[in-house]
Structures are given as C-alpha cells and as structure tokens.
Design a protein around this ligand. Structure first.
Ligand SMILES: Cc1cc2nc3c(=O)[nH]c(=O)nc-3n(C[C@H](O)[C@H](O)[C@H](O)COP(=O)(O)OP(=O)(O)OC[C@H]3O[C@@H](n4cnc5c(N)ncnc54)[C@H](O)[C@@H]3O)c2cc1C
Length: 161
C-alpha cells in the first residue's frame, strides 16, 4: 500500500518496485500500466478498498494502526489524495545461490574435494560457491562458464585419446 509520498518515492531511481522483463526497472506507473491485475490506484482509501473488493472499514483501521505505530517512531503517516495498492504478492525461490563445488575445469567435486569423473557443472548449478549480487551476472556466468567449460572439454578431447 503506497500513499502519496511513497508513490512519489517509488516513481524514480533508485526506488524501483522491481525489475521486469523488457523495461528493466519498473516503477509505480509501469505497474499501473502493465499489471492492472495487481495494481490499483484511487484518490481515497475507501475507493481503493472498493476497487479491490476489500472491506473499507478494515483497511482504514489497518492504516490508522500503522500510522499510530509510525507516529511512535516519529515517521510520517500514510496520508494524501493518491493511493496505490499492489498485490497480492507471492514469494518464490527463483534461484538457489551457490551451486555445487567445481574446479577450474568445471569438474564437479565430491565431499573430499576430488573431481567426480565425467561430471561437469556450469551456469546456475556450476556457481562453485559464488553468490552473485548484481543484475545480469547470472546470465553472464551461464554464458561465460559454458564457454570456458566447452573449451576445457575440447582441450581434453584433443589431449586425451
Ligand atoms: C524469474 C527469474 C528472473 C531472473 N532474472 C535474471 C536477471 O535479470 N539477470 C540474470 O543475470 N539472471 C537472472 N536470473 C537467473 C538466470 O536466469 C539463471 O541463472 C540462468 O538462466 C541459469 O542458466 P543455466 O543454463 O545454468 O540454467 P537454466 O536456464 O535453468 O537451464 C537448465 C535447463 O536444463 C533443463 N533440464 C533440467 N533437467 C533436465 C534433464 N534431466 N534433462 C534435460 N534437460 C533438463 C531445464 O529445462 C532448463 O532448460 C533469473 C532467474 C529467474 C528464475
């Protein structure tokens, strides 16, 4: 739930709502335009509740409770004539960071650190313990590790008869 201040805040860098296909960083206006199924805008809390089939009294009470606790923390209240409701939000694990242990030839290592013969890992499975924080690094690693592994296997094919 975003009030006028949060809508303004989440409408420009660095406060994007999320990354999104084809538009990179998605702000409030992107959600309103492209995801009307999960983004609703209204000028009052009550109107917003009606549009999402929520009980207006309960939503107002919730905001009042939030504002009471914000006040104790000396934070500004949720207020104004512009409201956006996003959701419902669902959390998923999209990737598991780390992958299996590998060596520089992309051979998978067993629990004692020895290569498992004939087993190689690249991309997400072959992260070799890396935790990648930046956007695009996973795809970059999938491409780079695949290329390096392919090269290592080609060299091996030429040298091992
Ligand atoms: C929602 C989401 C958003 C993401 N956004 C970004 C992003 O913005 N930037 C970024 O860099 N990374 C992003 N990533 C991560 C990135 O997409 C992955 O790290 C990357 O695609 C991994 O590539 P991969 O080739 O290792 O594995 P995958 O792309 O998972 O390929 C593995 C393939 O193996 C197939 N497969 C599985 N089992 C078998 C089997 N037994 N036999 C045959 N085939 C099999 C699967 O079907 C799949 O096609 C995102 C991931 C998700 C899920």
């Amino acid at each position: 739930m975003l009030d006028q201040r949060l809508i303004e805040s989440y409408s420009q860098w660095p406060h994007f709502i999320s990354t999104a296909p084809k538009i990179a960083y998605a702000y409030v206006k992107d959600y309103l335009r492209r995801r009307p199924d999960v983004a609703t805008r209204a000028t009052t809390v009550e109107q917003l509740a009606m549009r999402r089939s929520l009980d207006p009294t309960t939503l107002r009470q919730t905001i009042d409770a939030v504002n009471a606790s914000r006040s104790q923390r000396q934070e500004p209240p949720l207020a104004g004539n512009d409201w956006v409701l996003l959701g419902p939000a669902k959390a998923y694990f999209t990737t598991t960071e780390g992958g299996v242990a590998i060596n520089e030839q992309f051979q998978v290592l067993d629990s004692s650190g020895a290569p498992i013969v004939g087993l190689y890992a690249v991309g997400q499975v072959g992260l070799g313990g890396q935790i990648l924080w930046g956007h695009g690094l996973h795809i970059a690693w999938a491409i780079t590790s695949g290329r390096l592994c392919g090269r290592a296997l080609a060299v091996r094919a030429l040298t091992v008869s």
